[in-house]
Ligand binder design. Structure first.
Ligand SMILES: Cc1cc2nc3c(=O)[nH]c(=O)nc-3n(C[C@H](O)[C@H](O)[C@H](O)COP(=O)(O)O)c2cc1C
Length: 363
């Protein structure tokens, strides 16, 4: 630990981070049924504001973009005020916070859509095995509606509007969730994109949806405040790209071309392993990317210190360790024991297992 800069302040893209530790985006399912955040989320995020950078839970750009009940959104102006409470509370503690903008794609359910009956959307037909948790309990994933080009244009606009609301809510920036088999990632990956129009086929076409979203978001935010989350080797929900190196190399070049400020790189399969097949060294993407790169997935204290020593990434994001340890930064600094939160409370609702974990001082 001697000599590590993990806990030192650092400046990237004009933002002063307290340290090189980030809160990885974590869905916690404590919004209202109509997707509003508020006091509860303000408490939760401000408790974790000692991280250099906070990235919120996935926040849906349209109602049917949610992957389950009680997940929040930024699809309506009425949702701005609740997030403003969050950003005010984080800023009061000198924290920085980005909103993760999201659409779950086929991994949503008609009961979550605006009219309560519209099928989940996807670039191509795909039969998703397994079940989704709904207000009526677990239900099989449904047949998807294949997006028309007009619907793609509407979705790009939904991202732009959500990005505008994030700005009005006082965020420091936005992250586009382009990982984990959700909508953007379903366009990128060849297993889930069999379109034969301008949005499918060659890599450039499969990356077009993300490109158009980024261009739309850049009409609202400066590139220095825009981040993209990629999981090039992710196998979430059983889908991936069969040749990820050229695809994600292209995406990085595209991000550089657009002046995107930040890369959030999930190494391996989120929450599962760091080196699944098909294998390529995803850290090459960090070398290629012009801005700072956040690394994530299964990091321990030692691994984070080692990553900084070897300079494999600029910032290390922790997910699960932050759930039960609001003062994770302090605990890592002191090499203090970490509390392991009960996974049954991850999405359980209410304050229990959410905002009731003591800091070292309080324990
Ligand atoms: C309860 C839970 C919720 C998550 N929600 C999100 C999310 O909303 N957006 C996202 O990009 N990743 C999400 N993830 C993935 C985490 O950001 C992270 O990639 C993963 O937990 C691996 O990091 P860790 O080993 O430090 O926990 C979630 C993970 C967990 C455990």
């Amino acid at each position: 630990m001697a000599g590590t800069d993990l806990f030192d302040p650092v400046e990237f893209n004009g933002l002063k981070l307290k340290n090189r530790i980030a809160l990885s985006p974590l869905t916690r399912a404590r919004a209202t049924a109509d997707g509003h955040a508020g006091e509860l989320q303000a408490t939760y995020y401000s408790q974790r504001a000692s991280a250099g950078l906070l990235i919120t839970e996935a926040t849906a750009v349209v109602p049917g973009g949610r992957g389950g009940p009680f997940l929040p959104g930024l699809w309506d102006d009425s949702q701005i005020a609740g997030w403003k409470q969050v950003t005010d509370a984080v800023r009061a503690k000198n924290g920085l916070i980005f909103s993760q903008l999201w659409h779950a794609g086929r991994l949503s359910h008609s009961s979550l859509s605006a009219d309560g009956k519209s099928a989940p959307v996807s670039p191509s037909a795909f039969e998703q095995p397994g079940k989704i948790f709904t207000e009526q309990g677990p239900q099989p994933f449904e047949a998807v509606h294949v997006m028309t080009t007009a619907e793609i244009a509407d979705m790009v606009e939904a991202y732009r509007q959500a990005a505008r609301r994030a700005k009005e809510a006082g965020y420091d920036g936005v992250e586009l969730h382009a990982a984990h088999s959700y909508l953007i990632s379903s366009f990128l990956n060849d297993m889930t994109n069999q379109r034969d129009d301008a949005y499918g086929g060659p890599i450039e076409n499969r990356a077009r949806f993300l490109k158009e979203i980024l261009e739309a978001v850049l009409t609202v935010w400066d590139g220095t405040r825009v981040m993209v989350r990629l999981a090039p080797l992710g196998h979430a929900y059983g889908t991936w790209d069969t040749n990820p190196e050229p695809l994600f190399t292209h995406v990085i070049d595209m991000m550089n071309g657009l002046g995107i400020g930040w890369l959030d790189l999930v190494e391996g399969d989120t929450g599962v392993t760091r080196t699944p097949d098909p294998y390529f060294d995803v850290l090459k993407l960090r070398d290629r990317f012009n801005g700072p790169t956040i690394l994530n997935n299964l990091y321990t204290r030692d691994m984070a210190i080692d990553a900084r020593e070897k300079d494999t990434g600029d910032i290390i994001a922790f997910g699960r360790p932050f759930i039960g340890n609001p003062d994770l930064v302090e605990r890592l600094k002191k090499n203090a024991p970490l509390h392991e939160a009960d996974p049954r409370a991850y999405y359980a609702g209410g304050p229990k297992g959410y905002i009731d974990f003591p800091t070292l001082e309080e324990a």
